[in-house]
Design a protein around this ligand. Structure first.
Ligand code: PHE
Length: 470
C-alpha cells in the first residue's frame, strides 16, 4: 500500500499516522476558531459592503446568501473532508487520495490552483490590510474629529496617492502574517486566533450599536434586505458567486489544509455550517454597520473599494468617543485580515515544506517574499499605474487596473474554478465509501450533500461562467 511518489509514506500513514505526527487541533473549538479566522476577514468587512453597494443591494445579497447555502457549505464540507482524508498539505492530500483510489493525477490541479490563488490573493490582500493599519494611526491621532465628507475623502485619496506609505504598510502587514506562519500551526496560529476572534465580535457589535442609534438604520436594512431584481446584472451574479467562495476561503484548498488537522471524530458538516453561519453573520453585521452611515451622510453606496474607508471615518469623526471606537475598529479590521492572511500563506508554506523539503522559516520567507513583491504591482496600480488597464481590450475588463484584475481573476474565476474541481473530485472521483466514512451523515443527508456536489454545484458554476462569457 505504499505511495511511491511520496517516498515511504503509506496510505494508512496518511490516514491515521500523519495527523498525529503533524499535531491535531486541540479541539473542535480550535478548528472552528482557525477556520473562522480564515473566513472572516477583509472579505466580510471591506469587500462585502462595497460589492453589495456596487451591485444594488438586496437582490445581490439574496443571490450571495443562496450561493453560500447551496454552493459554499457543501464545498466547504468537501474540502475539509478531502483534507482530513489525505492528512497532508492540499497537493499531497489530493495526490495520496487519487493514487490510492488509482485515479488520475490531473486532480493535483486542485492543490496547484490553491497555491496560485494564495500567492495572487495575498499580494493585494496585504495592501488592503495595509490600509487598515494606516487608518489606526489616522484615527488615533484624532485628525478625523468633526471632518466633512470631503475632508475624509481627501485623507483616503491622500493615502492612495502615496506609493511609499502604501508600500510601508503593505510590508508591515506581510511581516505580521509571516511571523505567525513561521512559528507553525500549533504554537502560532491556534493561539493567535483564539484571542483575536472573540475580540473581533465584540468590537463589531459596538459599531453596529452606534450605527443603529444614530444612522439611517431603516433605510440601510431596506437596501440590504429588500431585493430589487431590476438592479441585478449577470456580472452581479458572478460577483456574488465569487464572493461566496472568497469570503468562506473556498476554492483554494485552505479548508483542505485546515481539515488535515481535524480529529477524526469531529463532525465535518456541523463544523462547516458553524463556520459559514458565523462568516455570513459578520458580513451582514458589517453591512448593517456601514450602510446606515452611508445613507445618513448622503454618501454613494457604490463608491467601490474605498467605501468603508470613506464612510466609517466620517462616523467616527462625529460620534462621541469616536477616536477611541474608530481606533478599535481598525485594530479589529487588522486582526480579521491578519488571521485570513495567515491562512492564505499557510498552504503555500506547507506545500514548499513537503514538496521542496524546505524548512518552515525558509519557506515562509520565500513564499511571503514573492507575495510581497507581487503586492508592489497593486500598490502602484492605486496611483502611478492608476490608468493602466492591461486587459482593457476585453469588454468585461475595461478600465480594470492590475489591482482590480487580481481581485476579479482570483475571486470570480480562480476560486469558483477551484471549487468546481473540488465538487467534481468529491462528486465523481473519490470513493463513495471513503466519503461516507469521513462525513458520517445520515443516508438522507449524505445523499443531499452528494447530489449537491455532484450536480448542483458544477451546473451552477458552469451556468454563471457561461452566461458571463456571452
Ligand atoms: N475569506 C477571507 C476574507 O473574507 C479571504 C480569503 C480567501 C482567505 C481565500 C483565505 C482564502 O477576507
Amino acid at each position: 500500500m505504499s505511495v511511491t511518489s511520496s517516498g515511504s509514506a503509506t496510505y494508512s500513514d496518511a490516514l491515521e499516522g500523519s495527523n498525529a505526527k503533524r499535531g491535531l487541533w486541540s479541539s473542535r473549538f480550535a478548528f472552528i476558531l482557525a477556520a473562522t479566522g480564515s473566513a472572516v476577514g477583509l472579505g466580510n468587512i471591506w469587500k462585502f459592503p462595497y460589492v453589495t453597494g456596487e451591485n444594488g443591494g438586496g437582490a445581490f445579497v439574496l443571490v450571495y446568501l443562496l450561493c453560500i447555502a447551496v454552493v459554499g457549505i457543501p464545498i466547504m464540507m468537501a474540502e475539509v473532508m478531502i483534507g482530513r482524508r489525505g492528512g497532508r498539505s492540499p497537493v499531497n492530500s489530493i495526490r495520496l487520495i487519487t493514487e490510492r483510489d488509482r485515479l488520475k493525477p490531473a486532480w493535483k490541479l486542485v492543490g496547484a490552483i490553491g497555491v496560485l490563488a494564495g500567492f495572487l490573493i495575498l499580494s493585494f490582500y496585504s495592501v488592503i490590510g495595509g490600509w487598515a493599519i494606516s487608518y489606526v494611526g489616522t484615527t488615533a491621532s484624532g485628525q478625523l474629529a468633526g471632518q466633512s465628507a470631503e475632508a475624509v475623502g481627501a485623507i483616503f485619496s491622500g493615502l492612495l496617492s502615496n506609493p511609499s506609505t502604501l508600500l510601508l504598510w503593505h510590508t508591515v502587514f506581510m511581516a505580521l502574517v509571516m511571523v505567525v506562519v513561521a512559528r507553525g500551526v500549533r504554537s502560532g496560529l491556534e493561539r493567535a486566533v483564539s484571542i483575536l476572534m472573540p475580540a473581533l465580535f465584540v468590537l463589531l457589535l459596538l459599531v453596529v450599536g452606534y450605527a443603529m442609534t444614530t444612522g439611517h438604520f431603516g433605510q440601510a436594512a431596506a437596501f440590504l434586505f429588500q431585493p430589487d431584481f431590476s438592479k441585478l446584472t449577470t456580472s452581479g451574479v458572478l460577483v456574488a458567486l465569487g464572493h461566496a467562495f472568497f469570503t468562506l476561503s473556498l476554492g483554494m484548498a485552505v479548508m483542505m489544509a485546515y481539515g488535515s488537522y481535524l480529529p477524526k471524530k469531529i463532525s465535518i458538516a456541523k463544523t462547516s455550517i458553524t463556520v459559514s453561519v458565523i462568516d455570513t453573520g459578520v458580513a451582514l453585521l458589517a453591512g448593517l454597520a456601514i450602510f446606515p452611515i452611508v445613507f445618513a451622510n448622503g454618501l454613494e453606496p457604490g463608491a467601490g473599494p474605498g467605501l468603508i474607508f470613506q464612510t466609517l471615518p466620517l462616523a467616527f469623526g462625529q460620534m462621541p468617543m469616536g477616536t477611541l471606537f474608530g481606533t478599535l475598529f481598525f485594530v479589529l479590521l487588522i486582526f480579521a485580515a491578519w488571521t485570513s492572511g495567515i491562512s492564505l500563506l499557510e498552504p503555500i508554506v506547507e506545500w514548499l515544506e513537503e514538496q521542496k523539503g524546505m524548512n518552515r522559516t525558509i519557506s515562509t520567507i520565500a513564499a511571503g517574499g514573492v507575495c510581497w513583491a507581487l503586492g508592489i504591482a497593486s500598490v502602484l496600480s492605486l496611483n502611478l499605474w492608476a490608468d493602466v488597464a492591461p486587459l482593457g481590450f476585453i469588454p468585461m475588463l475595461e478600465g480594470k487596473t492590475i489591482f482590480d484584475l487580481l481581485d476579479f481573476f482570483t475571486a470570480n474565476i480562480l476560486l469558483p474554478l477551484g471549487g468546481l474541481l473540488v465538487a467534481l473530485f468529491a462528486g465523481w472521483v473519490m470513493s463513495r465509501q471513503a466519503m461516507e466514512n469521513e462525513l458520517s451523515l445520515s443516508p438522507t443527508m449524505f445523499n443531499l450533500w452528494f447530489i449537491t456536489v455532484r450536480f448542483v454545484t458544477p451546473v451552477a458554476v458552469a451556468i454563471v461562467f457561461i452566461y458571463n462569457l456571452m
